[in-house]
Design a protein around this ligand. Structure first.
Ligand SMILES: Cc1cc2nc3c(=O)[nH]c(=O)nc-3n(C[C@H](O)[C@H](O)[C@H](O)COP(=O)(O)O)c2cc1C
Length: 362
């Protein structure tokens, strides 16, 4: 038996693998379409997607709307597979990005970095777009299910449960990150239990997707065996030829050792896991000062106090100017050895999964 399918509503991905949305500009139409073509769920990251547009400073709102539309259309031209958009709740243009995604008919929206309490309000009658909040606890699953049911008579179409080994912003306090009680293995059963209560009450199936530190086929097997319906992976997909970041960004992933990883306090107001860089050293030494903010892209970022613009820093890194920014990465980045194609990565994950599965049965 092969890897199982991932079903949510009437959508069926032939692989239970979601490529995590990665901003700024790390997962655009190139990576998302390559993953969707292989049968997984390919995800475009909406965070500051208009950063490459000529009028981004003078016309921030329209530049982002235009860029997201273009990326979705480009991806759809390259694949008939399942495509999603990742939209951080903390983005000031969250509503714009959600509306564009729904209008362009994306299959699924993933919304994290905050609780997307009002997300179903954007869904017009008959819309086909599915809604997956990204959460880090059973409590968040419970709040979202209860509030969405009472306000919108709607339950999430699935959850991504992101544990503390993930790359990027983390939904944990700094002291929880290394705490065993916060591990994905500990929180997944609790989320499954919470979700199953709502499934029983309403008859709606709500798949839970495990994320954060999932590296190989054995990990996929482990979390599916625990009851997850799929996995979301970010770090592994950065080290692919199709990833939309500059080659230097991908090489930083191949070269990173365990010691190169650190937890930063992001201007977004959450801890984040990143690869150490001279830029982050300057921040720690107080060498970077608050700046004039042209975008106000994140509602939780106090740019009058923040020592740098996270949008610019991440955009610089995406373009390969790592001295002028930094790369987010998952805890397992030190295990990344080479840059491969998405096809090769999926084949390797499948092989590892089947191997782990056969060990259980023989
Ligand atoms: C470079 C990078 C950028 C990311 N950007 C986002 C983002 O914009 N929005 C989001 O919800 N998650 C973001 N993430 C998290 C991923 O979507 C994914 O859930 C996470 O990387 C999973 O952990 P893994 O990297 O260990 O596989 C990012 C992760 C990385 C590595």
């Amino acid at each position: 038996m092969d890897l199982p399918q991932l079903r949510f509503g009437e959508k069926v991905a032939t692989l239970p693998i979601i490529q995590g949305g990665m901003g700024v500009g790390i997962s655009l139409s190139g990576l998302a379409s390559a993953v969707a073509r292989e049968g997984g769920v390919g995800v475009i990251a909406a965070a500051m997607i208009g950063m490459g547009e000529a009028d981004i400073s003078s016309n921030y709102r329209e530049a982002n709307i235009r860029a997201l539309k273009q990326e979705i259309r480009k991806a759809k031209k390259k694949t008939d597979g399942i495509l999603g958009v990742n939209i951080m709740v903390a983005l000031t243009n969250f509503a714009d990005m959600v509306k564009v995604s729904i209008n362009e008919g994306v299959d699924v929206i993933f919304a994290g970095a905050g609780l997307p309490l009002h997300l179903p309000s954007f869904l017009p009658e008959g819309a086909k777009t599915k809604l997956f909040p990204i959460i880090s606890s059973a409590r968040a699953a419970n709040i979202l299910c209860r509030k969405w049911l009472s306000r919108f008579q709607y339950l999430p179409d699935g959850f991504v449960l992101e544990g503390p080994k993930a790359g990027g912003h983390l939904g944990f306090k700094e002291q929880e990150i290394e705490d065993k009680a916060s591990s994905l293995e500990e929180i997944l059963p609790k989320v499954l239990e919470t979700v199953s209560e709502f499934e029983k009450k309403t008859g709606k199936k709500i798949p839970v997707i495990a994320a954060g530190g999932i590296f190989d086929g054995q990990d996929i097997h482990k979390f599916l065996s625990m009851g997850a319906s799929g996995v979301q992976m970010g770090t592994r997909f950065v080290a692919t030829e199709e990833c939309d970041a500059d080659q230097k960004f991908k090489e930083a992933f191949v070269q990173a050792t365990e010691e190169d990883i650190e937890i930063i306090k992001s201007p977004v107001g959450l801890p984040g896991r990143a690869i150490k860089s001279p830029f982050l050293e300057d921040v720690k030494k107080g060498l970077r000062k608050p700046f004039k903010c042209p975008f106000q892209c994140v509602s939780t970022c106090d740019y009058t106090k923040s020592p740098y613009c996270i949008g610019m820093a991440l955009m610089n890194a995406k373009k390969g100017f790592l001295q002028r920014g930094f790369a987010f990465a998952g805890k397992n980045v030190s295990r990344v050895r080479e840059i491969v194609t998405v096809k090769e990565l999926i084949a390797c994950l499948r092989e590892g999964y089947l191997k782990a599965r056969s060990k259980i049965f023989f």
